[in-house]
Design a protein around this ligand. Sequence first.
Ligand SMILES: *Cc1c(COP(=O)(O)O)cnc(C)c1O
Length: 405
Amino acid sequence: MNRMSGPDTIAALAGPKCLYVDSSALEHNAREVKKVLGSRVKLLAVVKGDGYGVGGVEAARVFVSAGADYLGVSSVPEGVELRKAGIRAPVLVMNPILKEECVTAIEHDLEVAVASRQGVFDIADASRRVGRVARIHLEIETGLGRTGLPVGTVAGVLEELRSQEGVRLCGVFTHMAEAHRDEASFRQFARFQAALRHVPPGLLRHVANSGTFLRFPDMRLDMVRIGTLLYGQLPFGIRNAALSLKSVWDFRARVLFIHDVGPGDTIGYGGDYSARRPMRIAVVSAGYSDGFGLTAVSRPKDLGDLARYIVKMVLSYLGKGRGEGGAVRFECGVAPVVGRIGMQLTMVDVTGLPVSVGDEASVSIRPTAGARLPRVYLRDGAPYLIRMPWGEMRPVEYEKSIDVE
Ligand SMILES: *Cc1c(COP(=O)(O)O)cnc(C)c1O
């Protein structure tokens, strides 16, 4: 029995809540994408935003071992974090960087996107100061309306690059706005193709994010930049994919306290939930600091919307329905939230459920919100690594040998 890597160890190390991240699922998803790509098209695994919330460093390690050729981040500090963790794969910083960051980028062997003529001068200048070649990818703006060189300026910037010795052009790319729409995608791709007429051969040409990769095989070119699919999600506007993706994360929070209330008792801040019957209330260690309950408050758009809203309120008045705050899921059943969700604590109705203090509930969040949550990494269902809220990585095996004496 591997007691030390069981739930007791997790609680002892990580506290009452953590984001479980299934590294086997990350690896599976990367291999699924690789299978479709074959050996000719490279995979850039996007690990920006702390690996879409699951932890950028560990996600990067898993993707590289599953065959990713490149890693993509959005800023220089994210790239530096990968290098400090000993990751040596090519890393592309996909967003424009500041002049002040150019030296750091070159020193850490990060490839950078350049999206303006000034960007060429800044990186060339830094390359002279560091005494090392800077590797860049030119970004071309084709319709997202965000960053990149207008198609008409590409020839001039390439001309400029020829006279900058310290700068090596490695790739050229654009980013798609609406991969779920045909016409907009074709229009962007055609603009990109037009810009490519000025570009010398032998560069990495890359366009496709998850949605584009799925819907337009012709747009995969030399490399695809995939995030969403690797994390087991489908891109916006796409309902199914010819890939078998596995879900990657599960946020679990423990019950810290249980109490009984009677009719007329109020629950939570503001006193705006009033019990109508005897209830058993569990207090769960999750709140809006973890990204729980952060759904936008919206105003009904039309009468239909208003009617739905009223039905929900009536159901909630009658003690039926899920309530506005959502619900958490125990192994033995679903418990609706009652009262306001707090920063760190949430009350749920467990009347009739055999829930005890210390039990774990699954809580649905976007992991990008819970930046300070511990991440517990699982391989084949067993924990092997914990990232503590302060960033320290603790192998679970290591803990085992300490606790055994
Ligand atoms: C985030 C991002 C991607 C990945 O997009 P997904 O839709 O998550 O696959 C690709 N390229 C760039 C430039 C990005 O910023």
